[in-house]
Design a protein around this ligand. Structure first.
Ligand code: DCP
Ligand code: MG
Length: 356
């Protein structure tokens, strides 16, 4: 039986800004976006969340919900430093650390360096160290696998610890709403609802064969995970080679304008992810799956990293414009950025090598 901890910082960018600028404390604060209504909010302080302001919301909407909202620009360098510091805290307990973004990571503490033994105790110590050394709070989820640990860390946010012990895993998954399952997006959720699946328990009624018939490869994964079977290891120093987003449509689209809209939306979503992990790449790839399930990808590589949302949108649209889309029906669109050509921020060893 493994001991996995998932740690996620609370209202990360906003908490850092409130820590460094006392005038922001106790106030509704948005990081990213702008008071003139342009752009989107990267994250909101808990005071702002009470009004419904949240990540990825347009500034315009955020101001409507909370007219007294203060906006401040993100400071990625500071977030990166904090991220390196929390990873150095994690390393006191284990080297099996898999960062998912600047503010979250999985830790495998089945065996810990200090022989503490209790994953709950380790999580408490980590949270304490983050508070003492960085003046920030984090939430932790502890369980026997990555999937359950990640969901658990969200349950008692902010500043919480949630332990789902081995005997609680199955009842926990049975109660879990289906949209919380890893890999279940809006379209899959709807399809599952149509099959009468709303919770893990409902999902369990279907055999592996039925799940695969309905959901392909992911169906097999859902079938396993709802039974508490998630053997994915915590992979240290995993360097992601690309970051991408895609969307399957409820009904195939064929109007050029709809494709443009979709590409703009996907680019925004992608850009947020790139910002979140502070990764920017030089290659952009457009993926299109047609109604007959055939698929094409088109890529273009630039001399410089694409750091602006507008560039990602425009260049993806260029890729689309180079294709003959006449009379084509599109089932899925995807946009991916790759060619980061840099060291993973979590890969301290590699960074050291380049420094010396
Ligand atoms: N982020 C972003 N755009 C998004 C989501 C997140 O730029 N759409 C950035 C800002 C967040 C950080 O990534 O502070 C971490 O993301 P989380 O999803 O963990 O959100 P928070 O840490 O802000 O809040 P929570 O307390 O819910 O974890
Ligand atoms: Mg967070």
């Amino acid at each position: 039986m493994r001991k996995i901890i998932h740690i996620d910082m609370d209202a990360f960018y906003a908490s850092v800004e409130q820590r460094d600028f006392p005038e922001f404390r106790g106030k509704p604060l948005a990081v990213g976006g702008s008071p003139d209504g342009r752009g989107v909010v990267a994250t909101a302080s808990y005071e702002a969340r009470k009004f419904g302001v949240k990540s990825a919301m347009s500034s315009r909407m955020a101001i409507q919900l909370c007219p007294q909202l203060t906006f401040t620009p993100p400071r990625f360098d500071v977030y990166k430093d904090v991220s390196n510091h929390i990873r150095s805290i994690f390393r006191r307990y284990t080297d099996l650390i898999e960062p998912l973004s600047l503010d979250e990571a999985y830790l495998d503490v089945t065996e810990d360096k200090l022989n503490i033994g209790s994953a709950i105790e380790i999580a408490k110590e980590i949270k304490n160290a983050i508070f003492q050394e960085l003046n920030l709070t984090a939430s932790a989820g502890i369980s026997v696998n990555k999937f359950v640990a990640k969901i658990a860390s969200d349950i008692q946010k902010p500043n919480g610890i949630t332990f789902i012990g081995p005997s609680k895993v199955i009842p926990f998954l049975e109660k879990l709403p289906i949209k919380k399952f890893f890999g279940v997006g809006k379209v899959t959720e709807k399809r599952m609802n149509l099959m009468g699946i709303y919770t893990g328990k409902d999902l369990k009624r279907f055999s592996e064969i039925e799940m695969v018939q309905h959901f392909g490869k992911s169906g097999k994964f859902f079938h396993q995970i709802v039974r508490g079977e998630d053997n994915r290891p915590v992979r240290p120093n995993r360097i992601s080679k690309s970051i991408g987003v895609e969307d399957t449509f409820e009904t195939d689209i064929h109007e050029y304008e709809d494709m443009l809209e979709e590409i703009k939306r996907l680019s925004e979503k992608l850009f947020k992810r790139l910002e979140k992990s502070s990764k920017f790449g030089k290659t952009i790839t457009l993926k299109i799956k047609f109604s007959d399930f055939t698929q094409i990808t088109r890529s273009k590589t630039f001399a410089n990293k694409l750091q602006k949302l507008e560039d990602i949108q425009d260049f993806t649209i260029d890729l689309l414009n180079n294709l003959d889309m006449q009379d084509k029906r599109v089932r899925l669109l995807g946009v991916t950025i790759s060619n980061f050509n840099e060291l993973d921020p979590g890969d301290e060893e590699a960074v050291q090598l380049t420094l010396f």
